[in-house]
Every structure is written in C-alpha cells, then in structure tokens.
Design a protein around this ligand. Structure first.
Ligand SMILES: Cc1cc2nc3c(=O)[nH]c(=O)nc-3n(C[C@H](O)[C@H](O)[C@H](O)COP(=O)(O)OP(=O)(O)OC[C@H]3O[C@@H](n4cnc5c(N)ncnc54)[C@H](O)[C@@H]3O)c2cc1C
Length: 319
C-alpha cells in the first residue's frame, strides 16, 4: 500500500497538512503503543480534508478518523490504509458569530450560549473556556482528554453527563466528499456510542451551554471532581481511560478487582493496581501485551462472575 502511495506521490502535492508513510501510531496514542499506519495525513482545514478523502476514494484507500488517540488501541501490525489525524483542523470561516484567535471555536450572538467547535478542539480547552466564562453544561468533561470529534464519536462522558447532552448538530464530511449537517437526533447518542454515517469525519459540532447561576461553585465542584479522578486513576502512566464499558448494573473496574486481577502484568502492560478498568504502559508495552490482558480480564470475569465485559476502547488495525 505504502509503495503504491509513494509511487503516486505527485497526486498528494495539493494537500497542505502533514503527509507521512509508515508513521508509527504509538507516537499519537495516549497508551503509547501501536504499529505503523501506511499513510498518515493531518489536514489543516475542511477543504484539505476533502482533498485527502477524494484522493483516498479515487485510490480505493480505506481511512480512519483519528483525534487525540485517547480511546484507541492500534494493533502491533498497524493500520492498512490511511489515518486522518483531525487534531489540527481549524474552523473554515465564521458562520455569523465571533471566531476565537485560533479558529477552533465560534460564539454565536444572542441570549443563548451557542458555540460551533472545531472537531480538533481539545476537550480540556473546552472545559477551561466554559469554566472561565461561567458557562454550565460541560463540567462532566473534567479529566476527559481527547478532541471534540472523538467526544462526538464516542459520546464521551461520565455519570455526570455525556457529550450528546449538549450537541445540537454536527457537520460531517461524508465518505463521498460531501459536507452534511446532521441534527443531534439523527446521531442516536447512547452509552459511549453515536451513529455517524460510515466512513464520515466530524468537522465541527454545535453545542448549547447555559449561564451557570453560580460559576464559583461550578469551578469549585469541578476542581473537587478533578482531584477525585487524580486520586483514583493512574494518570501518571500512559493509558487509554476505561478499557471496558460498565455492564448494566455493574462497574467493570470493581468486577476486575473482585476477580483479583488488579496489578496483573503481561510484558510491560499492567492492569492498574489503582483502578481495575485501566491498563497502563509501564514503559515498553506492546499492543499484543495489552490485547492479551484484555482477553485475560474478559475470560476470568466471565468464568468467575458470569458477566461479559465489552471493550470501550476501540481496537483498530491489522490482526
Ligand atoms: C486518562 C483518561 C481518562 C478518560 N476518561 C474518560 C471518561 O471519563 N469518559 C469517557 O467517555 N472517555 C474517557 N476517556 C476516553 C477518551 O478520552 C474519550 O473517548 C475521548 O472522547 C476520545 O477522544 P479522542 O479525540 O482522543 O478520540 P480518538 O481516541 O482519537 O478516537 C476515538 C474514536 O473516535 C473516532 N473519531 C475521532 N475523531 C473523529 C472525528 N473527527 N470524526 C469521526 N470520528 C472520529 C475514531 O475513529 C475512534 O473510533 C479517557 C481517556 C483517558 C486517557
């Protein structure tokens, strides 16, 4: 695949963002594991993305949207096809509101607090913006890394709320190169899931927030919650957040702990001894070590507790 793409390199010269071949995905995943992607593109804006997708379609190259890499486990063999890294995408132009200097968000005029966000906007930046301005609605993002695009695709959240709760609509680039506006109802947000059309990329999302009646209290509560997460999650080591979804009525981490699996290690991958639903990279972990730990946890929990665990982390790449 990479050879074909290199042979046709002249075709890609209209692309303005970074292009690379055999790019190691371990550089971009929060777990710091993952083999190479045949092709890697980091488009700078929606037009650049459209150019890339058209070329991929013409060449029959499959592609995967990639945001902050905080919920992705890339196999050791890596990704056959293209990774489109949507971490630098800026908003193409103002849609009647005021764009911020970095063109990552736009505030619409009016009583309501309505924002258009670039898919590339970092979730901690969105949270900080809301806390600074006294806007309520996204406090649940405290401690969740990644991008707006990834938060839409995953319906990121906690028991305090989910991204789908604030989304009004999204703009996507569909696989055939068309820009489409979709209202939130068409996305059928559910627990860590959203129904985006196959092969599409989120370019931007419109969200609604509200003027919090007590911003100071909001900031204090969010800081408290962040502190709780710092104490209960292994944030000093590379990880990908919760590995498993919580089965209805249970907490995946508690089930793993009950089976005595905390601290289990394969190679340099370890089920965190702090939180059973986290796998950490102790240094040189390989994707295969992480996958083996996932299979181990699923097998033991199923055998001992008769409960099926389902991965929350998205496993991608050649098996
Ligand atoms: C320490 C830590 C704590 C975490 N805590 C939480 C938590 O409390 N709650 C929670 O829900 N998650 C949590 N996560 C997981 C992760 O932060 C979220 O799932 C986040 O939304 C992922 O965003 P991302 O940009 O990194 O997506 P990625 O990991 O890059 O991608 C995730 C999925 O989204 C798709 N995707 C990404 N961008 C786009 C786009 N623009 N268009 C279309 N599809 C796209 C990818 O193809 C992939 O399928 C945590 C992760 C870490 C490391």
């Amino acid at each position: 695949m990479a050879d074909i793409a290199i042979a046709q390199l002249s075709e890609w010269k209209g692309v303005r963002g970074k292009i690379a071949f055999s790019e190691p995905m371990s550089t971009y995943t929060s777990l710091k594991v993952g083999g190479p992607a045949d092709l890697y593109f980091a488009p700078v804006d929606a037009e650049d993305l459209a150019e890339i997708l058209t070329l991929c379609q013409k060449r029959g190259i499959e592609w995967l949207p990639f945001g902050g890499g905080c919920n992705l486990l890339v196999t050791g063999k890596g990704i056959r096809g293209a990774v489109i890294h949507l971490k630098h995408l800026i908003l193409s132009g103002a849609s009647g509101g005021v764009l911020d200097a970095l063109r990552q968000w736009e505030l619409f005029p009016g009583e309501e607090i309505r924002l258009r966000l670039s898919a590339a906007l970092a979730l901690p930046r969105l949270l900080n913006l809301a806390l600074e301005r006294g806007w309520g609605g996204v406090e649940f993002l405290a401690g969740i890394p990644g991008t707006v695009g990834g938060a839409v695709a995953m319906n990121a959240g906690t028991r305090l709320g989910e991204f789908g709760d604030v989304v009004e609509s999204v703009e996507i680039l569909a696989v055939e190169g068309r820009f489409i506006h979709l209202p939130a109802e068409d996305l059928f947000f559910s627990y860590r899931h959203c129904e985006l059309p196959a092969g599409s990329a989120v370019i931007s999302a419109e969200i609604s927030l509200y003027a919090h009646p007590d911003p100071r209290e909001m900031r204090a509560k969010t800081a408290e919650y962040m502190q709780y997460r710092r104490e209960s999650q292994p944030l000093s080591k590379p990880n990908c957040g919760s590995v498993f979804k919580n089965p209805p009525g249970y907490k995946a981490g508690a089930l793993i702990e009950e089976c005595g699996l905390k601290g289990q290690r394969i190679g340099d991958a370890q089920i965190s001894d702090l939180h059973g639903n986290f796998i950490v990279n102790l240094g040189e972990a390989k994707s295969e070590d992480v996958l083996a730990l996932i299979e181990l946890a699923k097998g033991v929990v199923c055998r001992e507790l008769k409960i099926e665990l389902e991965e929350e982390v998205r496993i991608v790449g050649e098996k």
